[in-house]
Design a protein around this ligand. Structure first.
Ligand code: AHG
Ligand code: MN
Ligand code: MN
Length: 338
């Protein structure tokens, strides 16, 4: 029997109804994020056809070459979100400082933090890429522009978090909190609607036996990290347990596979990057909330990522996301217990 067709807008309203104190403003914010996702999806899916591929020639705050689609996605997010009166400021991977709300627009109580296009290195080879977003409530008094203090909050304070994956289909996956579940919506481009396709996603445990890490850095890892991956490869004489290695190089894609199949995604620290590569505010925290809301575990190797308080907008953290059993095993290796 065909299940009923539920659009993301309908789902957001239904979720709001379960929350008696809801003002509806938060729902409007989520609608606008979905709109920005549709705009970016259209561009990403035409990237090979129009002159959107290639480099802008600029370098961003991360010291990375800005691809044209990065710039387009950045622009699309800001333009879709800056005028609706929900936000007091924004944070983007592509901008060194906070993005203020233009004076001509009303401000609201929320902060939007985002990675407009994740997996940029894969843009020109048609590999899935994504957008990651996080919503916080401001902590400073209303009526004035948001400040960096409104942004430097631990992940457990997020009101919503999620991502869009531009793959064989475009999907938006989000949660409004650890106890609110994780829901996935697939874009039907023929009607321009995100339709509920994955209700209440739970990360499988026992998991699919898949580990995901860039093994090129093996020689730069700690001895504990090396022993963990040796174990997953079956090199430590304890049997491989049938693990496969899968690494796409787009965090959103590697995480999405881990969320749906189970397994573990790792971006460990190494000699070059003692805090790893991934940024807390708009990569690690939002995906950690989704992971934990789906019954998984999100760790920096020792602590829950959701408890990390960044000191800077672009602070990084090691990332271990996935099925509880595997992230727990990783932590045991990393503290030297195994
Ligand atoms: P972004 O494109 O937003 O800069 O993110 C790239 C990140 C992430 O998507 C991925 O997991 C990681 O870079 C891959 O890094 P390596 O190439 O070092 O494995
Ligand atoms: Mn990224
Ligand atoms: Mn990015």
């Amino acid at each position: 029997m065909r299940s009923k067709v539920v659009t993301i807008d309908r789902h957001i309203i239904d979720q709001e109804r379960k929350n008696p104190g809801a003002t509806g403003r938060f729902s409007l914010l989520l609608y606008d994020i979905a709109l920005a996702a549709k705009i970016i999806s259209r561009e990403v899916n035409m990237a090979g056809l129009i002159d959107v591929l290639g480099r802008t020639g600029e370098v961003n705050v991360q010291g990375e070459e800005v691809q044209k689609l990065d710039a387009f996605a950045q622009e699309a997010m800001v333009k879709a979100m800056d005028h609706a009166g929900h936000l007091c400021c924004m944070v983007s991977e592509e901008c060194e400082d906070i993005i203020p709300i233009p004076e001509k627009f009303d401000m609201g109580p929320y902060v939007l933090l985002f990675d407009p296009l994740d997996g940029s290195s894969n843009i020109n080879v048609n590999v899935s890429i994504g957008t990651i977003f996080s919503v916080l409530h401001r902590t400073t008094p209303r009526g004035r522009p948001g400040t960096i203090d409104d942004c430097l909050q631990p992940g457990y304070r997020q009101l919503a978090a999620g991502y869009v994956i531009y793959g064989s289909s475009t999907m938006l996956v989000y949660t409004t909190g650890i106890t609110s579940g994780v829901h996935g919506f697939t874009l039907d481009p023929s009607i321009g609607e995100f339709l509920l396709s994955h209700r209440d996603i739970r990360i499988p445990d026992p998991p699919a036996k898949v580990y995901s890490v860039n093994e090129a850095y093996y020689g730069l890892w700690s001895e504990e990290q090396q022993r963990l991956v040796d174990h997953l490869r079956g090199l430590d004489g304890k049997g491989n347990g049938g693990f496969k290695s899968r690494y796409i190089g787009s965090l959103v894609s590697d995480f999405h596979r881990t969320l749906l199949q189970g397994g573990i995604f790792m971006y460990p620290p190494d000699e070059r990057a003692p805090k790893g590569k991934l940024r807390i505010l708009y990569e690690a925290s939002p995906l950690a909330l989704v992971c934990e809301a789906a019954g998984g575990r999100a760790s920096d190797g020792f602590r829950n990522i959701l408890n990390l308080i960044p000191r800077g907008l672009h602070d990084r953290t090691p990332v271990f996301l996935g099925s509880k059993s595997l992230v727990g095993l990783a932590e045991k290796y990393l503290i030297g217990d195994l």
